[in-house]
Design a protein around this ligand. Sequence first.
Ligand SMILES: Cc1ncc(COP(=O)(O)O)c(C=O)c1O
Length: 352
Amino acid sequence: MNRYWSDIVEKLTPYTPGEQPKVNNLIKLNTNENPYGPSPAVLAAINAESNENLRLYPDPNSDKVKQSIANYYNIHTEQVFVGNGSDEILAHTFHALLKHKLPILFPDITYSFYPVYCGLYEIDYQTIPLNNDFQINVEDYAVPNGGIIFPNPNAPTGCALPLDEIETLLIKTQDSVVVVDEAYVDFGGESAVSLIQNYPNLLVIQTVSKSRSLAGLRVGYAMGQTGLIEALERVKNSFNSYPLDRLAIAGAVTAFSDVDYFEQTRNAVIQSRKTLADALQGLNFEVLPSTANFLFVRHHEHAAGDLAKKLRERNIIVRHFNQPRIENFLRITVGTEDQCKALINALQQILR
Ligand SMILES: Cc1ncc(COP(=O)(O)O)c(C=O)c1O
């Protein structure tokens, strides 16, 4: 508290991101980054762009990035919005499309940034409990609302909602915007991008942070009909004209053209997810079905907080959310084969 603060700042409860340790010798399975580096073509493009043109502002519209994404998904360039990571796009979305008279809806167990944006923009919200299997039941969302948002696959559970259920929800809630946050969709979920031409109330948000190994570049994008995109552009152009810098533009464009590398690394993650899930089940962990690059697991005889602490003592970091319903779970990012083996070895020692 400080006498110079605005009222809203005083009331905020900011988001706490997962730890980014300052030392290098840790196996970092706590923030769902890709264990593989970015495509070599992306690094070359960023290097090439690191030249004297950096004295100039970048293209405020990031047109080349929008074109690359539009080509990749076979949609129109005007149906794409880009921003400084999908977190920034989420912020603009709450501001531009989810601030209405009625409360917005999102699951009780979900990305914990959503209530933070509600605090920042003074938006009422109501949480809808996941069912006992930690799945979203779309029928529960058919109540009056100012908008709906959820990740698919959900975070931190990793569980996905089939496309036909998203379509059912869109049909039932035509008066409000439905935002599908697809940060992890490339690891096995079904993208709702194919539905945007039919549903003017659907906004799909994705990122290059996870499946394209570029969390450090900060590029996110949203796809939807032009009415929704225009709302985001209006907020963006009232906030920051240049959310993507020259290096981010060069890297993001190439990330969408190097499809081979993308396929190769995401398939490696999917493969390791299966091996890791089997090994954890072998250690008596319950593993929720995941189509993301992480697993959400619990052990019925060991407290998750203790396990996280003991892993940390062995230089492995995973994420524990001390929050009702999920305090006994750990969220574990799928690492390389070697990292997964090290995790399993450490757990074998701890559980002995
Ligand atoms: C569900 C979900 N959405 C969005 C994000 C933000 O991703 P970024 O801002 O790196 O694009 C994350 C990051 O962990 C996430 O888990």
